[in-house]
Design a protein around this ligand. Structure first.
Ligand SMILES: [Fe+2]
Ligand SMILES: [Fe+2]
Length: 364
């Protein structure tokens, strides 16, 4: 069959054959976004009275639902010719969308479950608004995937993806960070494309500005939740865990982004620059609540991240190769990645003086 007689549907089917996006989203690896579960009863017992004034203001803003009409396609949504997209770019872009959709949906599932299980009116109201937002975000990305014929089956995902248990304290660290990083990632891409509109190869990026404000508010909510109890952030063990989560989340982002060279090339974004920029914004914002901050300007910071990335690639190559040789290569890679991660974790950190009220407004 020649290209002229190939229909739209057939090409869609061809793309769909290559990308089982539901399987991609369901897979549990070190780097894929995970689904979380926690001790919902403990979370339900949070008393927000120590932060009541800030809390009520934030909840009123979420209730007003500023992005109610935002996640709808309009004339700004130009049709994308998925078929003629360069295949390596298409692969990485679909991977980016699937991973973003999974991360958004992961938030939705966790927040909805908290709302469902809770009795605390403050907590239920907050998680209801956050679940509402994340459902819109995941749905909007999935619509973009649907146009390529490869939407993720979110219902199936809810039932079949493995859930990782985190104690509430770890949920606060991880979720706070992922919300603020989400904000920093979306706004950095948005600002870059605002200055370089010719590199906006898909319309979804036009939606990132209002979108990232949702993530910003979600992060604010977790900052307030952590602020209700000094034990969550101030003790020695809290400081160590925060440091660990910062290191793990930053390193994961580095490896994940560096696996998508074509995607970043198409956007005209230097990945090292982009990741450092996202770390910088996130670190500045996190001074609102975290008493420690990673030194991303330390001379060993970037070289150690590169070592982790190289080791993880070797690990993956070994796994793909299989056999005894592959097994050895994979284990050696894992050991090197572990050592480099320990080195990154042990780099000196900066201390922050956390303000009395954490509240911030989006400023980038
Ligand atoms: Fe979101
Ligand atoms: Fe969010």
């Amino acid at each position: 069959m020649n290209a002229h007689s190939t229909t739209h549907e057939e090409l869609h089917a061809e793309i769909a054959d290559k990308f089982d996006t539901t399987a991609m989203a369901t897979e549990t690896t070190l780097l894929n976004p995970r689904f979380y579960t926690t001790d919902f009863d403990e979370m339900d017992r949070i008393d927000v009275s120590p932060v009541r004034a800030d809390w009520d203001k934030l909840i009123a803003q979420m209730k007003s639902d500023p992005n109610k009409g935002h996640f709808k396609k309009n004339a700004e949504w130009n049709q994308i010719d998925w078929e003629s997209m360069d295949p390596p770019l298409r692969r990485e872009f679909i991977d980016f969308l699937v991973s973003s959709c999974t991360a958004e949906f992961s938030g939705c599932v966790l927040y909805k479950e908290m709302k469902r299980r809770g009795n605390n009116p403050d907590i239920c109201e907050l998680f209801n608004y956050m679940a509402r937002d994340e459902a819109r975000h995941a749905g909007f990305i999935n619509d973009a995937l649907r146009e390529a014929g490869v939407a993720v089956n979110l219902g199936f995902l809810t039932k079949s993806k493995k859930y990782t248990y985190f104690r509430p304290r770890f949920i606060y660290y991880a979720t706070y960070l992922s919300e603020k990083i989400g904000y920093a990632r979306y706004i950095t891409i948005y600002r870059h494309l605002e200055a370089n509109p010719d590199q906006r190869f898909h319309p979804i990026f036009k939606w990132f500005k209002e979108w990232c404000n949702d993530e910003f508010s979600h992060g604010e909510a977790f900052a307030l939740l952590m602020k209700t109890d000094p034990k969550i952030t101030e003790t020695l063990s809290a400081r160590l865990w925060i440091r660990f989560f910062l290191t793990a989340v930053y390193a994961t982002m580095w490896v994940r982004d560096h696996a998508r060279p074509e995607f970043h090339k198409a956007l005209g974004v230097d990945i090292d620059w982009y990741d450092q920029e996202v770390y910088r914004k996130t670190s500045e914002i996190a001074r609102q609540i975290f008493p420690v901050e990673l030194d991303i300007d330390h001379p060993a910071w970037l070289p150690t991240l590169r070592k982790i990335d190289a080791a993880m690639r070797d690990m993956e190559k070994g796994t793909r190769k299989g056999g005894v040789g592959g097994w050895v290569q994979s284990k050696l890679g894992a050991a090197r990645a572990g050592l480099a991660f320990a080195r990154l974790f042990l780099l000196p950190v900066r201390k922050n003086h956390v303000p009395a009220s954490p509240r911030l407004e989006p400023a980038y």
